[in-house]
Ligand binder design. Structure first.
Ligand code: SF4
Ligand code: SF4
Length: 551
């Protein structure tokens, strides 16, 4: 009865506008109102109303729906260190917003959408596109940095509409950053590769693969086995990278690369060599550390959730040290996150005085600066992609070198690139035999044969995050052109077809498996994803992939 009364009291001022509210269907207040049986409004006075603010392109503001729970202000200011949003007001007129209209400055502002128990903050990018029960959803992993935050992407009609945080206490906790939440529009782009191409002409999968197999054979006969580079990528799934290595073994030719840049390659190799089960620091280890030393990091940009984890350690009393130059010096938001003491070198940090020290090495940490520390100090490396750790392990296992190194050797005359971010200055005399990608990269424009791959939300796979935690992502939606983008004259379709329009993309690992088959190798239709025993057995030394942790 008490709860019922509280709900009725909350609903005195809350608008009865569920049918036109974007939160309807995923609203905690709506759930409790229905659970409490509140259906009739007995109070007939005027409702309290407010003006809304423009909060930027991502967050819609509708203050009349506020029930003054203070969750938003506590998260934004206390948990995330934001200073441009808060509570204003007097007596019963409490306002949650900014001092004036303007984009929210915090790189974690999107969490307001998940946190607010009513529809005050909703995701503007997905506004009025679907109700909660319309979504295709599945557990997924953020691909935008090496931390591997857990997410739930939501799609409808082959269009990725929004991404929500998924709780994982060892990794991201309850939250994700705005980069992970709002940087996904590329998946829906009509112009991304969606059709196999041979010399810019549309082709079927078999035509493309037959032609590619023939051209690879001819190329190797003409130029020799050392002339081909097979390039995997830290943004491709573990399964795709494993298949790239298998392709090299089947061809018994070619130089294998998982990184284009030598510095990235070296740093990832160093990181995987130094990390063990004992020394690898999860985000939760950082949050509960009592001393954090940061070297060569621009955390708010390179790994935002790591910056948030450091703030939680600082709020709990940890001492924070910043070693050497700070690439993000002057960044107002970084300064607001936590106070830090400057240390000239690691020797100036009192690591031995701490019970739970963590050392964070960033992408700006030069190889020689990566320190050797005792097992008592946990280490976190910020790497260059969602799967850098796995690529480094595979690199070591298969003797791969970076593409830059391979090119410098002077024997490479052609490349096969799988979701690889090859620099635009790839020499013009290097033949791009094929490029497989779901992004419309400049390499795709140059490739003789284009193999369209699925984005991470359109397939199952595995990413291994910066601490060596192997995490699976599930397929959220079918590949294909979003219905919204189809020519209205062509929809609904009048001819039967087995795939959706633009639905030709396949996972990169599957393209490589099919290519191996077309080249006369053993058919390999086994989906490695989730077969942990197979993944761990791939390293006979048991010191490579066996360092992975399921998470
Ligand atoms: S979280 Fe939502 S309901 Fe709670 S105080 Fe903030 S705006 Fe109001
Ligand atoms: S911190 Fe990295 S992995 Fe986590 S949500 Fe942000 S971009 Fe994605």
């Amino acid at each position: 009865a008490l709860r019922r009364s509280v709900i009725e009291w909350l609903m005195i001022n809350h608008p009865h506008d569920c049918p036109v509210c974007d939160e309807g269907g995923e609203c905690q207040l709506q759930d409790f109102t229905i659970a409490g049986g509140h259906g009739m409004r007995r109070y007939d006075g005027r409702k309290r109303t407010y003006s809304n603010q423009f909060l930027g392109p991502y967050i819609e503001h509708e203050m009349n729906r506020c029930i003054q729970c203070y969750r938003c202000a506590r998260f934004y200011q206390e948990y995330a260190g934001g200073t441009d949003f808060g509570t204003m007001g007097r007596a019963a007129m409490i306002y949650f917003g900014r001092q004036q209209d303007g984009q929210l400055e915090s790189p974690f502002s999107g969490n307001l959408v998940d946190i607010c128990p009513t529809g005050v903050f909703t995701d503007k990018t997905a506004r009025f596109r679907a109700r909660y029960w319309d979504y295709d959803m599945a557990p997924s992993i953020c691909p935008h940095c090496s931390l591997g935050c857990n997410t739930i992407p939501a799609a409808r009609y082959r269009e990725l509409l929004k991404v929500m945080a998924r709780r994982n206490d060892a990794v991201n906790g309850w939250f994700i950053c705005d980069k992970g939440r709002f940087s996904n529009a590329e998946v829906n782009a009509a112009e991304r590769p969606r059709q196999p191409l041979v010399d810019t002409e549309p082709a079927t999968r078999d035509q493309a693969l037959d032609t590619l197999a023939e051209r690879i054979k001819g190329f190797l006969e003409l130029h020799g086995p050392d002339s081909l580079a097979i390039i995997g990528s830290p943004r491709m799934s573990l399964e795709g990278n494993i298949m790239a290595a298998r392709l090299r073994d089947v061809l018994n030719a070619g130089t294998l690369s998982f990184f284009c840049d030598t510095e990235q390659n070296t740093r990832a190799l160093e990181a995987t060599e130094k990390l063990t089960h004992r020394t690898s620091a999860s985000l939760n280890d950082v949050r509960s550390a009592d001393l954090v030393a940061i070297a060569g990091c621009d955390l708010p940009n390179d790994a935002p959730m790591m910056a948030l984890a450091v703030r939680q350690a600082w709020r709990n009393g940890a001492r924070i040290y910043r070693i050497g130059e700070n690439p993000a010096a002057g960044d107002r938001f970084q300064t607001a996150l936590h106070e830090a003491t400057h240390a000239a070198s690691l020797a100036d940090v009192p690591l031995t005085e701490a019970a739970r020290p963590v050392l964070i090495c960033g992408t700006g940490t030069a190889r020689e600066a990566i320190p050797t520390v005792s097992d008592a100090v946990k280490l976190a490396f910020i790497l260059d992609g969602p799967n850098s750790f796995a690529c480094a392990v595979l690199s070591r296992e298969h003797g791969a070198v970076s593409l830059a190194e391979a090119l410098a050797a002077g024997t490479i005359k052609g490349i096969l690139a799988f979701e690889a971010d090859v620099a635009d200055d790839l020499p013009a005399n290097i033949q791009v035999l094929a490029a497989a990608d779901w992004r419309a990269t400049s390499l795709i424009q140059r490739a003789e044969i284009v193999l369209p791959t699925t984005a991470w939300v359109e397939m199952e796979g595995t990413f291994v995050n910066n601490e060596g935690r192997a995490q699976r992502f599930k397929r959220v939606m079918q590949p294909g052109l979003p219905i919204k983008g189809l020519d209205p004259a062509g929809h609904p379709p009048h001819a039967f077809r087995k795939t959706a329009p633009g639905g030709e993309p396949a996972p990169a690992w599957q393209w490589i498996a099919l290519l191996i088959e077309h080249m006369g190798g053993e058919p390999s239709d086994v989906l490695l994803s989730g077969r942990w025993e197979q993944l761990t057995q791939l390293d006979p030394e048991k010191d490579g992939l066996s360092v992975l942790t399921k998470g």
